[in-house]
Design a binder for this molecule. Structure first.
Ligand code: NAD
Ligand code: UD2
Length: 324
């Protein structure tokens, strides 16, 4: 749904919440490459200063350790930095943790979005770009999922992301904030933390293959996902934050290409032929069999009509890992 139109002044200063995280740090790098001044805000709960090593080399970059659910801290940051756009990525990102701690999920994945939107409004920042999730679609089987599909989340996390989208759309309608919400599908690439059991499958499998360890596939490996390379995500978020023409609305951030876990294993086996065969275990409870998005709306709006091929993205990821 398009909610904005009109002209926007040149955007030179961008705030990135969750900037020390996986997607946030790549977004900072991309924005700096475009010559923008970037302030990353992060509480370092899951992110790491190491992710910002490249960004720190730029004179245009600054970092603030802060909690985005603290209205006073967020208002102060907006007042000091005076961003013209904010990319809001800070969140409780684990779906199972959000399920186990619904109050924390509400504070970080709903209330904090309101805190960021309100600080933007109060400081005169007109543009908000938000990280939503394909989790808003629940287990819809109407594939490929277009933005017009009914959003019926089946988790606390998905519900919170949908609430945040709606809140931002209301900020757009009521106060003229340009709000662009991206429903991320499965993002992968360098700097994604493989250490938790809830980490994305690509990061877990890549790290284990690199270390010479066999992986466990939950189910028969025929499940499929729409895997998006993080560099493409950073490019899209940066375009939404800085392009002169106004944006706004809700878009899938996906490739439209379906990849099974068996496809992923083929790429990894070719790179590490010495690693043992995978074990096949029980399907994960509540797992979605297939997830696939329709990228056409975002491509039309942002003019990004290609994506990094999966094999190429995996090679980038493997090249970024420490040799064992
Ligand atoms: P990440 O954990 O690497 O990044 C999140 C960052 O937010 C971390 O650096 C963390 O320290 C920070 N953070 C968390 N709570 C904070 C708080 N209260 N105040 C300040 N900073 C805080 O995860 P990511 O994969 O880079 O996720 C970025 C965004 O993308 C999140 O909003 C997530 O929900 C969304 N998303 C990611 C995926 C994916 O496949 N990775 C899919 C759908 C949506
Ligand atoms: C979840 C989230 C998605 C995003 C993603 C992180 C939902 C609906 N979606 O998607 O929004 O946050 O996580 O990338 O909650 N698997 C194995 N072995 C492993 C690990 C995973 O076989 O060691 C399987 C898993 O059972 C699933 C597939 O790999 O079938 C993908 O799992 P995932 O956790 O990477 O991502 P997904 O799609 O559950």
């Amino acid at each position: 749904m398009k909610v904005q139109s009109g002209a926007t002044p040149q955007i030179d200063r961008v705030l990135v919440t969750g900037g020390a995280g996986f997607i946030g740090s790549h977004t900072c790098d991309h924005l700096l490459g475009l010559g923008k001044a970037v302030l990353a805000v992060d509480d370092l709960s899951t992110g790491s200063p190491d992710n910002l090593a490249g960004a720190r080399a730029h004179g245009n970059f600054a970092f603030r350790e802060a909690d985005v659910s603290d209205p006073g801290a967020v208002a102060g940051i907006f007042a000091d930095f005076q961003p013209q756009a904010v990319v809001h990525l800070a969140a409780l990102v684990s779906v199972p943790l959000a399920e186990a701690e619904p109050a924390r999920n509400f504070r970080l994945n709903v209330a904090a979005t309101g805190t960021v939107a309100e600080a933007a409004r109060q400081s005169g920042c007109r543009r908000v770009v938000f990280a939503s999730s394909a989790a808003v679609y629940g287990d819809s089987e109407d594939l490929p999922l277009a933005e017009t599909a009914t959003a019926e989340p089946i988790s606390q996390y998905g519900a919170a992301k949908l609430m945040s989208e709606r809140l931002l759309q209301a900020y757009a309608l009521s106060y003229g904030i340009e709000a662009t919400c991206f429903r991320f599908f499965n993002i992968y690439g360098p700097r994604q933390d493989p250490s938790s059991p809830y980490s994305g499958v690509v990061s877990i499998f890549a790290e284990r293959y690199r270390a010479g360890q066999a992986v466990t596939v939950f189910g028969d490996g025929s499940q499929s996902r729409d895997f998006v390379y993080v560099g493409d995500v950073a490019e899209t978020l940066s375009a939404a934050a800085t392009r002169p023409r106004q944006t706004g609305g809700v878009y899938n951030l996906c490739t439209g290409q379906s990849t099974t876990l068996l496809d992923l294993l083929d790429v990894l086996k070719a790179e590490y032929p010495g690693v043992g065969e995978p074990a096949f275990g029980e399907e994960r409870v509540g797992d979605i069999k297939h997830s696939l998005g329709d990228p056409s709306a975002a491509r039309g709006a942002f003019g990004l009509d290609s994506h990094t091929p999966f094999r190429e993205g995996i090679h980038e990821l493997l090249a970024s890992l420490e040799p064992s």
